[in-house]
Design a protein around this ligand. Structure first.
Ligand SMILES: Nc1ncnc2c1ncn2[C@@H]1O[C@H](COP(=O)(O)OP(=O)(O)OP(=O)(O)O)[C@@H](O)[C@H]1O
Ligand SMILES: [Mg+2]
Length: 371
């Protein structure tokens, strides 16, 4: 079911946690709210669920206006048909898995036969069909989180809100549950809003990612577009681009990295001009070699650190007399290996260099989000 958020604002006293948010989430769409700690992700979820009263704006789920500050509408959480799953395992330890999942159906006065059928259906969906009679306190973290998910799903919500549901789990389990969640979401055609600060998780789960900074959605796009074309250097950095350096325009459309004489060519379009421009390039796009020629995108440097990472080796390379250090990721199978102290050449293709404003102007932001 569609969710429309218009001019949403949430203030805690003088502090603005959500500032004039406008978003439309499509029916059956999976939107991931991504952003660093404190940017307003949970606040947004709580407003949709009805657990927090916004200061201004309107929220519509399907055709129902669930909140409208001006019209004085504010439906309570249980009238919104929204399911929520949180980071902490909110299961009742003294009940069995079956009882946990059946609880809300019982409260609604649904008959025993139907309860049995619906509970078994969702337990199968989340892979807990063999655990129905197990006490909920005798489950692993991953299993408890599946119970919490089953408990939301059994209510057949129009919208499912998930707030960092996997962050208490170990990395491997998180990877697996992430894929299962996406399968369930697609299978049931659920509209979901998922909160995380992990970009890998966002990429894996989202039809569209809404990237939040300081209570504002600064970019909203499908994961591939966001990865390839971040709207600002701060977004690029958040999405894992480790080389971000202030630049100044130089002759012939080139750039120099501020505070150095390193010349940089970028073959990508500079969409905005401004004072505060940064060159952004990914560590895996840099190449190291023993031989080279000085010029644009080809710099002499010294290896400071070399660290083995399994499938790759990460190098810190000083290219600017102690001022500019580059993060380079070389595949393990790379022809040459380098040791700390070695002199090297670092090169990068001009197509892999983006010059972006540190943070775009608000009107540019709005246009980017609306597009
Ligand atoms: N009840 C409250 N009173 C005052 N300020 C609050 C309250 N709840 C949240 N905030 C503030 O609002 C901002 C947004 O909080 P929110 O919980 O939405 O962040 P978040 O993006 O979910 O962060 P995290 O990733 O750490 O969970 C934070 O700066 C927080 O300190
Ligand atoms: Mg939060």
């Amino acid at each position: 079911m569609k969710i429309t958020i218009e001019n949403l604002q949430l203030r805690y006293g003088k502090f603005t946690a959500i500032d004039d948010m406008n978003v439309e989430i499509g029916d059956r769409e999976s939107v991931v709210l991504l952003g660093k700690s404190g940017c307003g992700k949970t606040s947004t979820m709580r407003c949709i669920a009805g657990l927090e009263q916004p200061t201004a704006g309107r929220i519509t789920i399907g055709d129902t206006v669930v909140f409208d500050a001006e019209a004085g509408i504010n439906l309570p959480p249980n009238k919104r048909n929204v399911g929520m799953v949180f980071q902490s395992y909110a299961v009742w330890p003294h009940m069995t898995v079956f009882e946990n999942v059946a609880y809300s159906l019982k409260i609604q006065g649904i008959g025993k036969t139907e309860i049995k059928q619906r509970v078994h259906e969702v337990l199968e969906l989340v892979g807990l069909e063999d655990f129905a009679s197990r006490g909920a306190s005798m489950l692993s973290g991953g299993q408890m989180q599946r119970v919490a998910l089953a408990r939301s799903l059994v209510m057949r919500p129009d919208v499912l809100l998930l707030d960092e549901p996997l962050s208490n789990l170990d990395a491997r389990l998180r990877d697996r549950l992430r894929i299962e969640l996406r399968e369930i979401q697609l299978q049931l055609g659920l509209t979901t809003v998922y909160v995380t600060h992990d970009q890998q998780e966002a990429f894996a789960l989202a039809d569209r990612i809404a990237l939040m900074q300081d209570g504002i959605i600064v970019q909203m796009e499908d994961p591939t577009s966001m990865y390839l074309e971040p709207a600002s250097a701060s977004i690029a950095h958040f999405l894992g681009v480790s080389n971000v350096h202030p630049v100044n325009p130089a002759a012939d459309g080139m750039w120099t990295i501020s505070g150095s004489n390193l010349v940089l060519a970028s073959a990508t379009e500079v969409r905005q001009t401004g004072e505060d421009l940064r060159a952004c390039f990914r560590s895996e796009d840099l190449l190291l070699s023993r031989d080279g020629v000085p010029g644009a995108n080809s710099w002499r440097g010294t290896v400071k650190v070399s660290s083995f990472q399994g499938s790759s080796i990460r190098y810190a390379v000083d290219v600017g007399a102690g001022v500019t250090e580059l993060d380079v990721l070389a595949p393990l199978g790379a022809r040459e290996r380098f040791q700390p102290g070695e002199e090297v050449w670092v090169t990068i293709n001009a197509g892999a260099v983006q010059v972006l404003p540190q943070s775009p102007a608000p009107q540019e932001l709005r246009a980017a989000v609306a597009a």
